[in-house]
Design a binder for this molecule. Structure first.
Ligand SMILES: Cc1cc2nc3c(=O)[nH]c(=O)nc-3n(C[C@H](O)[C@H](O)[C@H](O)COP(=O)(O)O)c2cc1C
Length: 325
C-alpha cells in the first residue's frame, strides 16, 4: 500500500493533485482503483443531494463508504464529502451529519449542469445568485467545527465567464478554505475549450488556494494549464479515467509521490469489481454500462483498442471475454 503523508487540508504552500468527483463513474470502487497510484493528494466524493428532508446517515455511508475507514480509500487516499443543495440550513445540517459520521472536509457543488438538480435549485443554477451562494457557504462554515475545511466547486458562470468574480468573492467572504474552478460556464456544458485564463484572474484576486480544473487530458495539457493559471493545485476527472497513469505523470511534474500502475484493462476491470465487492456493491446492468462509459473514454484517448466490440457487451462475463481477446 502507498503511504499518504499529506494533511487533508489543502496546503497553500504545497502543490496538490485532486481526483474529481464524477457522479455515477468515480464512485467508491473507482476511487479505490485510481488511488492505487498513490499520486492523488485526495479525492472528492460524488455529490450527495440535499433537499428539505434530512440526509440519512445510511445515504452518506452508502455513497461514501470511506467514512467507515477514517475517510480513506483502501489505498489510503483521503476522500472529501461533496454536498449539493440550495437551502442554506438544510445543507448546513447535512454537513454537520457528514462530519458526525467522520467526514474530515466538505465540498459544496455549485457547478452541476444537470436539469434535474438545477430545477430543484441546486448545482450550477446558484451561480446566478451570488448572495445565496454566500449564505450557503456561511451556514455550512458555521455548522461544522472550525478545523474542518469547507471548499467550493464552481463553474465560471451560468452564461457569462465573468460571473466567477463575484461568486468567488462571496465564497471567500463566507469562509471557504479553497475554491475549485471548472473553467467553463454551465451553458458550455462539457464542450471545449476550458477557459483557463479566467482561473488565473480569480487566483490573483482571492487570498485562498484556487484549484484549476477542466480538460487536463495529458501532461502537455497540465503544463499549459499550469502556465496559464499559475496554480499549484489541480483537479483531474475524465483524464484520470482515460489514463489511470496520468495522475502519476502529473504528480511527477508537481514533485509529488506516485507509482505507475499496470495498464492491463482486464486487470483494472477485475480490481474495480473486487473493490465494489469489498464495499458491498451489487453488480447490475448499470455496473456494465458505467464500466463501458469508462472504457469509451480510454478508447477515445487511444488507451484501449477494440472498443467497437467491447461496447456490445451486456454482461460482465462478455466484457471480460472481449477484454482478453
Ligand atoms: C459524468 C460526469 C459526472 C460528474 N459529476 C460531478 C459531481 O458529482 N460533482 C462535481 O462537482 N462535478 C462533477 N462533474 C464535473 C467534474 O468533476 C469536472 O469538473 C469536469 O469533468 C471537468 O474536469 P475534467 O475535464 O478533468 O473531467 C462530473 C462530470 C462528468 C463528466
Amino acid at each position: 500500500m502507498f503511504e499518504y503523508s499529506h494533511l487533508f487540508m489543502l496546503d497553500p504552500a504545497k502543490p496538490a493533485l485532486i481526483l474529481a468527483p464524477m457522479q455515477g463513474i468515480i464512485d467508491a470502487p473507482m476511487r479505490a482503483l485510481l488511488s492505487e497510484s498513490g499520486a492523488f493528494t485526495f479525492g472528492v466524493s460524488e455529490y450527495i443531494r440535499v433537499s428539505v428532508d434530512p440526509v440519512p446517515a445510511k445515504v452518506f455511508l452508502r455513497d461514501v463508504p470511506e467514512l467507515n475507514t477514517d475517510s480513506k480509500t483502501p489505498n489510503g487516499m483521503p476522500v472529501q464529502v461533496q454536498l449539493l443543495g440550495g437551502e442554506p440550513n438544510c445543507v448546513a445540517d447535512a454537513a454537520k451529519t457528514a462530519c458526525e459520521l467522520g467526514a474530515q472536509a466538505i465540498d459544496l457543488n455549485f457547478g452541476c449542469p444537470a436539469k434535474t438538480v438545477n430545477r430543484r435549485e441546486g448545482g450550477a443554477i446558484l451561480l446566478k445568485d451570488p448572495a445565496r451562494i454566500r449564505e450557503i457557504v456561511k451556514a455550512v462554515r458555521e455548522s461544522v467545527p472550525q478545523p474542518i475545511p469547507i471548499s467550493v466547486k464552481l463553474r465560471l458562470g451560468w452564461e457569462s465567464v465573468d460571473e466567477i468574480h463575484l461568486n468567488a468573492r462571496m465564497c471567500v467572504e463566507a469562509g471557504a478554505s479553497w475554491l475549485t474552478i471548472h473553467a467553463r460556464t454551465k451553458t458550455q456544458g462539457y464542450a471545449p475549450p476550458a477557459i483557463w485564463h479566467k482561473i488565473a484572474e480569480v487566483r490573483r484576486e482571492v487570498k485562498i488556494p484556487v484549484v484549476a480544473n477542466g480538460d487536463i487530458w495529458t501532461v502537455d495539457d497540465f503544463l499549459r494549464c499550469r502556465d496559464v493559471t499559475g496554480c499549484d493545485h489541480f483537479m483531474i476527472g475524465r483524464g484520470a479515467l482515460a489514463n489511470p497513469n496520468l495522475s502519476v505523470q502529473i504528480a511527477k511534474e508537481l514533485g509529488l509521490p506516485g507509482r505507475e500502475i499496470d495498464l492491463n484493462w482486464l486487470g483494472l476491470v477485475n480490481r474495480l469489481l473486487q473493490y465494489g465487492e469489498m464495499h458491498g456493491y451489487r453488480v447490475t446492468k448499470g455496473t456494465v454500462s458505467h464500466i463501458k462509459e469508462w472504457l469509451r473514454l480510454a478508447s477515445d484517448r487511444g488507451m484501449l483498442t477494440d472498443f467497437d466490440e467491447i461496447k456490445k457487451a451486456t454482461t460482465i462475463e462478455e466484457l471480460r471475454y472481449l477484454l482478453v481477446r
